[in-house]
Design a protein around this ligand. Structure first.
Ligand SMILES: [Zn+2]
Length: 173
């Protein structure tokens, strides 16, 4: 269960990153989106620029590649450009850093093994029960950052971004 949530978040981050990168033409360079100002009829053009190139609204008039034309009355252009691919890529990087801090670990910081009982029959016919360390380590079940059982509330919270995904584990709420 614990690792399922980590895998779920990693898979969704990879998807978000992939979607943000495939829309850029040619080499990987997340686009920055800007609104072309003052369109007649209330329409707004959203135009894409290569990441790293800062283009102010006045310079954006006829430059860049057309992404979308949307009605300006509902401010959708503001929302769309705020969530441009370059920002998505930054968000993915930030969420990955958070995930590393909250990945399930061992409370002690070292690999931990469980124990089980084994029963042996001695030569005199009596049986003895011995406590033996498991061969395989037990799954990490602790968040050392939050000092609480894993998956911690921060990990569950981060996963909730994708609560509409079919693989979202209901128990994570
Ligand atoms: Zn945590």
């Amino acid at each position: 269960m614990t690792n399922d949530l980590v895998e779920f978040i990693e898979a969704r981050l990879a998807e978000d990153e992939s979607l943000a990168s495939i829309i850029s033409a040619g080499a990987y360079a997340p686009q920055v989106w800007r609104v072309k100002p003052d369109q007649p009829g209330g329409w707004r053009e959203i135009r894409a620029f290569d990441g790293g190139i800062l283009v102010g609204p006045s310079q954006a008039a006829d430059a860049g590649e057309l992404v979308a034309v949307v009605p300006g009355s509902r401010e959708q252009h503001v929302h769309i450009t705020r969530h441009d691919p370059a920002r998505v890529v930054r968000e993915v990087a930030a969420k990955r850093r958070r995930l590393e801090r909250h990945k399930p670990d061992y409370a002690s910081g070292r690999v931990e093994y469980g124990q089980h009982h084994e029963v042996y029959r001695r030569e005199d016919g009596k049986t003895i029960e011995v406590l033996v360390q498991d061969d395989e380590p037990r799954p990490p079940n602790w968040c050392r950052t939050c000092a609480e059982p894993a998956p911690c509330r921060e990990l569950r919270n981060d996963a909730s971004v994708w609560s509409d995904h079919p693989d979202y584990p209901e128990w994570a709420v």
